[in-house]
Unconditional design. Structure first.
Lengths: 108, 108
DNA sequence: TTAATATATTGCAATATTACGATTAAATAA
DNA sequence: TTATTTAATCGTAATATTGCAATATATTAA
């Protein structure tokens, strides 16, 4: 019997890679960092903070929302965004686990 | 004085977003996971492990190499890859720091 | 009501990513 | 030497991402 390729990826990897992909852009990292450091997290503040147009920032916010990394509360005409720390913890846990199982000495 | 947009992103965010972007793909996450769990890390094993062609796996390996997440040692006609745990730790540290500074209660 | 403000969405161009077959290069085996 | 093996690269098609101007939507203010 030949060597077997996996048919697909595990559910865990598919979900996590989506979250990590969303994090892998300077603008979206800046947004996440900003939300972590700023108590009042109004969209317009983020737009002012970033070197991008309002439309582009809104698009990045949507991507972060899509993977549930942030959550937006409508407050009148503004939207207050905040981090979903649970998702961020999932990412940290995944990589911490990898670090834990890595056998640093047997490898090249 | 108006509100000031940042001209660009910090060096730290630019470097880290590159690493995280490289990690944000199921194939590359699978490679990283495989390398962490497998003592002998020959390229061909990774090719067999993944649902992708040799050319595509090689391309993914190059992307991981480009951001210095993995390192390949040529051993005769094979290449033995291993993780650069230092880079992985940088990612963990960055997100851990964000978790640390996040003020969960002041936010929406 | 109309105007102003804050966000989201649409449409679109430029660029990047993903995947693969075919080819190349480099090392070993016959 | 020639064949085989292993991995990287090239060329290319399909798709996705990024960014923005323009527009739409929705809430508050006048």
């Amino acid at each position: 019997m030949g060597l077997t390729k996996t048919d697909t990826y595990s559910t865990e990897i598919i979900e996590l890679s989506g979250i990590i992909k969303a994090l892998g852009h300077p603008a979206r990292m800046a947004i996440v960092s900003y939300l972590a450091n700023t108590p009042n997290c109004i969209t317009n503040d983020i737009v002012e903070e970033l070197p991008l147009s309002q439309a582009t920032v809104s698009q990045h916010l949507r991507e972060l929302r899509n993977v549930d990394l942030i959550k937006g509360d409508i407050e009148g005409t503004s939207v207050c965004y905040c981090l979903n720390t649970e998702k961020l913890n999932k990412v940290i846990s995944y990589f911490s686990e990898i670090m834990k199982v890595t056998d640093k000495f047997k490898c090249c």
